[in-house]
Write a protein that binds this ligand. Structure first.
Ligand code: P6P
Length: 336
């Protein structure tokens, strides 16, 4: 029984319970997670009424990725940047929506030991058709001295240096999932009290699964080994006598959240059109890989562990395969 002796434990209560395990901890990470959850609640409020106010559709400009910015992802970006800049738990942010890293160069924020990478609203192309979308975040301890302004090297760290990572999925319910090395836990937003409450304790990724999440529309551009793997998944599964199920929402947070909880494998491979894949290493692949690995799954770029890749640029891309450990071992048998 949790010391709070109540059925519902809020995110803040949970992070404080975790904090008590580390008497020397400063509480800064708890504060950063609290700031993230506040911004998420504000984004959630807009996502829930996107169809009612003029926040649907395009914002009328193109982001650094060359993609048309949806009004909601512009709003989400501003919310997360605004809350974290006003907080005192983060000294800088790298965002999918901003070409350069944002340095919060003021005396209070410069004292923070954390930087954050984020995709403020992944899958935003699905907003207008009411499909689940998500925010993805990744937290690092800065490598430059506290007291000074953060610098680009604070952001270009391999994923195995992450302190925490998480996502918020805005779906039938809004769930914030975050991982530290102590585990992966999910918190569902209770609108009646405006708090994220512990709903998925110590999430484990099933060792085996039967769900394949990949855009098979790109099949012609897949490597020969990957094509052989896809054929393998169409054969009769040894245990069930049925082929794998294909589930691809086109919103990575939704696809990976389902596979994390039910088992499965998600992939966005390299193709002739996208030789580095489509997904961004720092704020999509690394955080999702950290979460899935802590939960017992695996994540590679087809050859190497995602978390060991050394980034050279904020927006660099990487192919990614991620999910149930046994399914990943099967996949690796087909990849050169
Ligand atoms: P495609 C959304 O734009 C995204 O970044 C991921 O959320 C999603 O998994 C992927 O792209 C979908 O890309 O090329 O299959 O439409």
């Amino acid at each position: 029984m949790d010391p709070i002796h109540r059925k519902l434990i809020t995110l803040e209560e949970f992070t404080i319970m975790e904090l008590r395990q580390f008497p020397k901890a400063t509480g800064e990470l708890s504060g950063l997670l609290r700031d993230i959850s506040l911004a998420a609640k504000r984004v959630n409020a807009e996502v829930n009424k996107a169809g009612l106010v003029d926040i649907l559709g395009d914002a009328g400009w193109i982001n650094v990725q060359g993609e048309s910015v949806k009004k909601l992802d512009e709003y989400a970006n501003h919310q997360f940047i605004g809350v974290l800049r006003e907080g005192i738990n983060c000294c800088g942010i790298g965002s999918e929506e901003n070409k350069e890293e944002l340095i919060f160069d003021d005396p209070m924020n410069n004292q923070s030991k954390y930087v954050m990478m984020m995709d403020p609203l992944d899958g935003s192309g699905n907003i207008d058709v009411n499909v689940s979308i998500g925010t993805i975040f990744s937290v690092y301890r800065r490598t430059t001295p506290t007291g000074s302004a953060a610098r680009i090297e604070d952001f270009l760290q391999p994923g195995n240096r992450q302190v925490a990572a998480g996502y918020i999925i805005y779906g039938p319910s809004t769930i914030m999932v975050y991982a530290t090395r102590r585990g992966v836990n999910g918190f569902t937003l209770d609108p009646s009290i405006g708090e994220f409450c512990l709903s998925h304790r110590q999430i484990r990724c099933p060792e085996q699964g039967r769900i394949l999440s990949m855009n098979l529309g790109n099949m012609k551009e897949f490597s020969p080994g990957l094509k052989k793997y896809i054929d393998y998944t169409q054969e009769q599964d040894r245990e069930t006598g049925r082929p794998y199920t294909q589930r691809y929402i086109g919103s990575m947070v939704a696809d990976i959240h389902r596979n994390l909880t039910k088992g499965g494998i998600f992939g966005y491979p390299a193709t002739h059109t996208r030789p580095e894949g489509k997904l961004r290493l720092l704020y999509e692949c690394n955080p999702m890989s950290f979460i899935v690995e802590v939960a017992g799954g695996k994540a590679t770029n087809g050859r190497e562990r995602i978390l060991d890749l050394k980034p050279n640029a904020i927006h660099q891309r990487s192919p990614m395969f991620i999910g149930s450990a046994s399914m990943m071992v099967d996949l690796e048998r087909f990849m050169p």
